[in-house]
Write a protein that binds this ligand. Structure first.
Ligand code: ADP
Length: 256
């Protein structure tokens, strides 16, 4: 009986140890899997523009006597693909740093009104140039602790998207307000909107609603993942909803 008891206790302990080891490995396996997915997606995303550029350059070599003007289509396309590669690698570096906790959030008391004013003024000009009406309503007279560099980056990501996914004649409005606990910033556009299915995935890395359409807009599918990281590093929240009658609203809440 004693031997039996020892044996069954030993077997039980063995299974228990195996179970604990498996459970504790789960986050490691998940992180490794995410890393693998990231590298696979990144390689795929980098390969596409490189293939386009390679094809265009090889074509140009077959016509060595033509002028740049004659070949301007190929040159313009190659340049736009190079710009895409540039923003893709910049975004990937940012995400790699956030993943490894190398990026620290450095908050400073900030006058929200003047901060938003200067961050958004280039967009009022860009709106004028592209025929979109960009307006800013800031109802905040408090100073709030934020990482200015990161929140500026967040505004750039949301505003670039609002401009990218809207047409001439559309409106983009940024509003900001505070209540007891939160600084709330809303970016609302009357652009093409986001389907309910896509709303579930837009914060995922490399997700783009319409891959072919987005090649024209130069999207990388990484912007909103970075936006989400910036907001969560501030212990805040970001959400997306429909604007009426059309378009999208991104709401960001940052604790004050
Ligand atoms: P991208 O670089 O492709 O814009 P993001 O991560 O910034 O990547 O956005 C992911 C996807 O969410 C976009 O490809 C687009 O389909 C959708 N999206 C983001 N912002 C808007 C917006 N303001 N209006 C419509 N669609 C948007």
């Amino acid at each position: 009986v004693l031997i039996w008891s020892f044996l069954s206790a030993f077997i039980f302990a063995l299974f228990f140890a195996f179970y604990i080891a498996r459970q504790s490995m789960k986050p490691v396996i998940r992180a490794w899997q995410q890393q693998q997915d990231f590298v696979n997606n990144a390689a795929h995303e980098l390969r596409t523009p490189m293939t386009v550029i390679q094809g265009k350059l090889e074509n140009l070599l077959t016509r060595p006597t033509s002028t740049i003007r004659e070949e301007s289509d190929a040159v313009i396309l190659s340049l736009s693909e190079i710009r895409r590669l540039n923003s893709l690698t910049n975004n990937m570096l940012t995400l790699a740093k956030t993943g490894s906790n190398m990026t620290k959030v450095e908050k400073e008391k900030t006058d929200v009104k003047s901060f938003l004013g200067s961050a958004l003024s280039p967009y009022i000009e860009m709106g004028e140039i592209s025929g979109k009406d960009v307006t800013v309503d800031v109802n905040v007279d408090k100073k709030v602790s934020i990482d200015r560099k990161r929140i500026h980056q967040l505004l750039v990501l949301l505003m670039d998207n609002a401009l990218k996914y809207s047409e001439e004649g559309d409106k983009i409005n940024v509003s900001a307000s505070v209540n007891k606990k939160w600084l709330q910033i809303e970016v609302a556009d009357t652009g093409r909107g986001i389907s309910d299915e896509a709303k579930k995935h837009i914060f995922d890395r490399f997700y783009r609603e319409d891959k072919t359409g987005n090649r024209k807009t130069g999207g990388t599918g990484l912007g909103l993942s970075i936006a989400e990281w910036i907001v969560s590093a501030h212990n805040g929240k970001i959400s997306v909803s429909d604007n009426h009658p059309k378009g999208t609203i991104f709401k960001v809440s940052l604790p004050i």
